[in-house]
Design a protein around this ligand. Sequence first.
Ligand code: ADP
Ligand code: ASP
Ligand code: MG
Length: 458
Amino acid sequence: MSLVDNNTATPPLTVAKFGGTSVADFTAMSRSAAIIKHSPDTRVVLISACSGVTNLLVELANGISEPDRRQQLLQRLGEIHYGVIKELRSSEPVSSAVNVLLDSVSTLAAQAAKQPNVKLTDQLVSHGELLSTHLFTQILKEMGVDATRFDIRDIMRTDSQFGKAIPQPEDIRQLATARLQPLLKNQVVVSQGFIGSDSQGETTTLGRGGSDYSAALVAEAVNATTLEIWTDVPGMYTTDPRIAPAAKPIKEISFSEASEMANFGAKILHPSTLVPAIRQQIPVFIGSSKEPEQGGTWIRESVNEAPLFRALALRCNQTMVTLTSLNMFHAYGFLAEVFRILAEHKISVDLITTSEVSVSLTLDQTDTGGGAPTLPEAAVEALDKLCRVDVEQGLCLVALIGNQMSSTKGSAKRVFNTLEDYNLRMICYGASPHNLCFLVKEQDARSVIQELHQNIFE
Ligand code: ADP
Ligand code: ASP
Ligand code: MG
């Protein structure tokens, strides 16, 4: 199968990423390997850990003091990886490499049981991708592809914020030019998503779901002409098909719309994925490794259609902070003071709405690993001196993505008419022509998405 994007310039070079379900076991890995074999332009392949492995490693890294439970998880890890090894035609030397890594997991898990810490967590969690790449490279070789395994930590330079490290694109480009590019002429390079290393050589990770971002960074660094994200659904849909089964795949979507989707929680893409792709104008394809023949979604700078309503995204675990002060009435300087305090405590704000005497904001969630962010105690103390502070959790953010929404008559009416039975909070509309978003109670979130989807897209 050949995925030719007519917008790309020659010479073609594709970076492909396969997520956890696409490398879950021998069957999934073989399907993914077949996609690579039939795509001669694919020279770099980044993969995730086998499905479920990162979760197991995170649990171990959090520190399990009970030896039986720890042993149970280690055994499960062994089963997943040996399940693939036993299907290989020649299992040596892969099995020795896997044994070494599994032993290392066991040692690190014992350390974490005594005293977990963020650096140790990244070291431990990185083993998922280190393991899966050994297996996947061997499967490719057994299919007749000249593949070589590469340690991405040799080029994926990040800062030292363990758990949510920030990649350094300039360093990555230089390192890739020196160490990765020369390999691409003759071989398919298989490497790890999600993990990196800081300037001291310590292993870091880019945050959960970060393999998409890794692949985009590598695509940028090697001047790829296409980035392919292979997952368990044939493209980006009008909403998460697990929530609304009638959701439909989108054939083509612009960078700006797709970025909004990723930012507002569509799990199909890590929120930062499109940043390098946009910088370098690399078209992105999303497809299903289970059904590659179904085609998928192309994300690129300009597209033929810019519909008023494109898709719906949902992001839960939102924390809303409402700050109220009568002193704000006709006064100046209040918001400046609020944001000074937030900045001092390194609190990143996501959405904001204001009224005459209050301001509501949601806290940025990017470094919580998906959980609800909290206001640090010291920040609450400082804010308390200025105003009343109310914190609410159990909320989800619903975002409707589209084009020219705020300048098209009747678009908001269509949304709010559909949702008259729900309590909507913190409505943000108009700052971007591409989105309308609001908070709802967690227990209403799925039905809000389903009803909106039905009324707007079905
Ligand atoms: P991978 O392991 O391949 O990275 P993920 O589970 O991270 O896969 O992302 C794929 C999942 O994203 C899909 O199974 C789907 O449930 C979810 N998803 C959320 N929003 C969308 C959307 N708009 N279109 C398609 N899938 C979506
Ligand atoms: N394996 C990592 C995770 O599960 C990264 C990824 O799959 O993108 O979060
Ligand atoms: Mg993912």
